[in-house]
Write a protein that binds this ligand. Structure first.
Ligand code: HEM
Length: 211
């Protein structure tokens, strides 16, 4: 069977060929989103600067929407996916489960990101990062976000699936370690949700927590 991984001469880490290519594409897509969001940040800052006030209101809100979404959604999640692929394949020494499905998810995310950006720059979707009702954007703004989210979810499933049974010639790690890592991850998510809920819960008077 042909080798499907390489060993990095510097770190000694094993990189599955399919996973490495996907990591690169996700990282590059993330950096492109960062670039667009960063250029938009300049527009936002130069408009907020009272002595400059670069952009008129309409354009300002369009640019602010693009900045918020490209920075907080597209850049962060694309890059996060690159890191997750690295963790699930390289760190756990596994071949990527179903590379084809992973590519479908990448293209869904890319198509979604492009579609939402097109909708924003067409100018009638300046609903900002939060997309609050009753502000209405064009349908392809929301469709783009949905495609992006579906793509990201599919990839997460592929990455959770990867450590189970895809060790192949790369060795893999023990099922116990995967289970411990999964439990720690779950604990982390539960603690975040709990912290969020406690922050929102109404405080009892006299409990010492009154603000
Ligand atoms: C990864 C880094 C960054 C993230 C995740 C981020 C995210 C955001 C988000 C979500 C908003 C709110 C957008 C909205 O209300 O629709 C925002 C606004 C803004 N950002 Fe960023 N941003 C980042 C980097 C930057 C940088 C580098 C600059 C400056 C050069 C910048 C300047 C601003 C300004 C001026 C606003 C508008 C604040 C206001 O007018 O209320 N951001 N950013």
């Amino acid at each position: 069977m042909a080798t499907t991984y390489r060993i990095c001469p510097r770190s000694g880490l094993q990189f599955d060929t399919a996973a490495e290519k996907l990591m690169r594409w996700h990282a590059v897509a993330g950096v492109l989103a960062l670039l667009v969001g960063g250029i938009m940040a300049l527009g936002v800052v130069l408009t907020r600067w009272p002595d400059v006030k670069l952009l008129p209101a309409d354009t300002f809100y369009m640019v602010l929407t693009a900045h918020g979404i490209d920075m907080l959604i597209f850049w962060i999640i694309f890059f996060e996916m690159a890191v997750l692929i690295f963790a699930s394949s390289t760190l756990l020494r596994c071949r990527l489960a179903t590379p084809k499905l992973a590519w479908v998810s990448f293209w869904l995310m890319a198509l979604g990101a492009i579609m939402t950006n097109v909708a924003i720059f067409q100018g009638e979707s300046s609903v900002m990062f939060t997309s609050y009702v009753p502000m209405m954007a064009k349908p392809h703004f929301y469709l783009g976000l949905i495609l992006f989210a579906v793509g990201a979810l599919i990839l997460v499933v592929v990455l959770l699936w990867t450590p189970f049974g895809f060790a192949g010639p790369m060795g893999g790690i023990s099922a116990t370690s995967v289970a411990v890592a999964a439990c720690l991850g779950l604990l982390y998510v539960v603690s975040l949700v709990d912290a969020n809920m406690s922050a929102r819960a109404p405080r009892r008077r006299g409990s010492g927590w009154d603000v």
